[in-house]
Design a protein around this ligand. Structure first.
Ligand code: PRT
Ligand code: ZN
Length: 287
């Protein structure tokens, strides 16, 4: 193994696995992720991938068994790992929330004082309760937290929520958000110079993939008389490209726009005279 080979820990199987693998592959790194494998090496990049349980990733990165890792902020905070958070990755989004039985009248956090709260996140919850000056009993359980109130184990729960349907089907209502979380890239505190340089290169690729995902290449036709107005509407990275069409008096205008902004400006573009608008995905974007 070369001295700059980055060992990257990702979740073996679970909610973050597919997108972690996809991100590495979109960075142009080829590896074989056959089911059941514990590690994989890339054949075109100095990287070795370790497939682990998400709970173990902060520890492995802290200890240097892995150099970097992809893990949810919720797990990272709960494990109180001493690693560096490099980048938020925009997937695995969820929130750690407090929830109580639907029928219970809830007027604020003080209602939970002296009550029992079941959670798999005792550290984050205890910190949150302390910050809010609430004394409650934390009952740590490792799974199926949402059934705790129903079986009389606790008065409330603190668990991850994404769509909210698990809470709903267990007769619970979400009352407070304790933490917002998403997958992040973390790194060991003491990377060698060679590995730190390799991490910079890897980050450059990730950022190009992220920028491409958030942006679209837009092409449209417009009468030359409308060009100035259309350029003012387009937020593009620099000034747009303008190519004359065979039909004299008309041009094709090309630019890059943020996908969210695109939906806001589409009507303005049409009103300004834009026709034949094409929006195409960008594979990589180096800004
Ligand atoms: O086996 P391993 O230990 O690796 O996996 P795991 O079972 O501990 O974790 P996994 O795969 O369930 O989740 C991995 C990470 O995904 C979490 O640490 C979060 O960072 C993130 N994530 C995003 C979620 C959710 N969304 C999520 N909805 N993790 C769990 N859930 C669960 C939640 O606990 C609850 O049971 O989904 C249910 C709620 O979902 P909704 O959509 O019904 O609200
Ligand atoms: Zn886990």
């Amino acid at each position: 193994m070369q001295e700059n080979t980055l060992k990257i820990a990702i979740q073996k199987s679970g909610r973050l696995s597919e997108q972690s693998i996809a991100l590495i592959k979109e960075c142009g790194i080829h590896f074989n992720n056959a089911v059941g494998k514990l590690t994989a090496s890339a054949n075109n990049y100095p990287v070795e991938i370790l497939f682990l349980r998400d709970d173990d990733i902060p520890g492995y990165v802290t200890d240097g068994v892995a150099d970097i890792g992809i893990v949810g902020e919720n797990v990272l905070l709960e494990k109180q790992a001493s690693v560096i958070t490099i980048l938020q990755l925009g997937f695995g989004k969820c929130r750690l929330s407090l929830a109580v039985p639907k029928a219970l009248e809830y007027n604020g956090l003080k209602d939970l004082a002296q009550h029992k709260i079941a959670t798999s996140y005792p550290n984050i919850l205890s910190d949150y309760l302390k910050r809010n000056n609430i004394e409650a009993t934390i009952h740590e359980i490792s799974g199926s937290v949402e059934i705790a109130p129903g079986i009389g184990l606790a008065d409330a729960i603190c668990d991850l929520v994404s769509s909210g349907s698990t809470l709903l089907s267990n007769g619970l209502k979400e009352v407070e958000t304790v933490l917002k979380s998403q997958a992040v890239l973390v790194a060991n505190n003491n990377l060698s110079v060679a590995k730190a340089q390799q991490l910079d290169d890897f980050l450059f690729r990730i950022k190009a993939v992220q920028a491409a995902k958030n942006n679209k290449y837009i092409l449209l036709n417009a009468p030359n008389t409308a060009i100035t107005e259309i350029i003012d509407i387009l937020p593009g990275i620099k000034s747009p490209t303008i190519v004359p069409l065979a039909d004299s008096g008309w041009s094709s205008i090309h630019s890059v726009v943020n996908e969210n902004e695109f939906w806001q400006i589409i009507d303005k573009l049409k009103a300004a005279g834009a026709q034949g608008i094409l929006v195409v995905p960008i594979e990589k974007m180096i800004v």
